[in-house]
Design a binder for this molecule. Structure first.
Ligand code: ATP
Ligand code: MG
Length: 293
């Protein structure tokens, strides 16, 4: 059978879907799609395949495939409700805390599938740490906030070891000079931007490999935001970072690759500069030019 004969014998609907698969996705028929661009990495720290997420009957993530490279910063962008936080939370099993949430698919952290129900999430969350939208220091001293994880995970036998972990974590988080004389004061007494850096120090203190950030600057002023962005840049030398942001400028400033989500689907992943100057997909273009979102 030649090509036109095959086309004739294929029901019209199927033919349409094939065309869509070949990359012509529009908002109307975004049901069938393949992610365009470069979702895979040569040097993956985390590798996700066939990820579906449901809240009860409602599906929130559809067949997402994405790698996050070692020491790479991947930004996740897209309109409100498109599934960015849901996807991010899968990466350290935070969705386990939501009763109705069901996650299927593979999530490899190097060679370990972290979606395996036998996996202990406590050590996993030390390896894959998370910084939330709203700074959430514990009602403890600055010192104890940073020392918390190190104590739980038994990382320091002696007080002097713990002191060192606290100091280096605060230094890496760019907060040491501002708090070194008030380590015993409550973490909640710091400014919002300082609290967020404290939370980053707390995350770093347990030597994670991956840091997840869900809109870490949305509660901060531009100066505090600039500090966190500088920090992300420095941290990326030693850590792998996935960051959700509503700020396209922020994604452009801090990330190497950008992933665009739309209605639970991963539409496009590409080098950040490409996404913001010459995206492959119409939906990405519509979003970055402000036509929706
Ligand atoms: N705990 C939950 N229970 C039920 N549905 C939820 C829950 N959390 C999120 N959803 C739904 O899942 C979808 C994706 O939500 P999610 O919070 O991941 O979006 P988002 O891209 O992070 O949005 P935003 O930019 O507003 O933070 C939405 O339709 C949302 O209503
Ligand atoms: Mg969110």
């Amino acid at each position: 059978m030649n090509d036109s004969a095959i086309a004739e014998s294929t029901p019209p609907l199927k033919r349409e879907k094939k065309a869509v698969k070949a990359n012509k996705i529009t908002e109307e028929n975004s049901d069938a799609y393949t992610t365009v661009g470069q979702a895979f990495s040569e040097n993956a720290k985390m590798s996700m395949t066939n990820v579906d997420v449901f809240y009860g009957e409602k599906q929130a993530i559809y067949d997402v495939n994405l790698d996050i490279g070692t020491n790479e910063v991947v930004a996740m962008i897209g309109p409100s409700g498109c599934g960015k936080s849901t996807f991010l939370r899968c990466l350290n099993r935070m969705n386990d805390t939501i009763d109705t949430c069901r996650v299927t698919g593979n999530f490899f952290l190097e060679d370990q599938n972290i979606n395996d129900k036998k996996m202990d999430v406590v050590p996993l969350r030390a390896r894959v740490g998370m910084v939330f939208q709203k700074p959430n220091p514990f009602p403890k001293s600055i010192y104890d906030n940073v020392a918390y994880g190190a104590r739980i995970h038994g990382l320091a036998d002696r007080r002097s070891d713990l002191d060192e972990i606290v100091e280096t974590s605060l230094q890496k988080a760019g907060l040491w000079n501002e708090v070194k004389d008030r380590l015993q004061q409550p973490g909640t007494g710091l400014s919002g931007g300082q609290q967020q850096r404290l939370c980053i120090a707390r995350t770093i203190a347990v030597s994670p490999e991956v840091i997840l950030m869900d809109e870490p600057c949305s509660a901060l002023d531009p100066i505090a935001t600039a500090k966190i962005e500088e920090l992300i840049d420095e941290l990326s030398q030693n850590y792998t970072i996935a960051i959700v942001t509503h700020s396209m400028q922020q994604a452009a400033r801090v990330s190497h690759r950008t992933a665009y989500f739309h209605l639970g689907k991963l539409i496009e992943v590409n080098e950040t500069e490409k996404v913001f100057t010459n995206p492959d997909h119409d939906l990405t273009e519509a979003y970055i030019t402000g036509r929706f979102g």
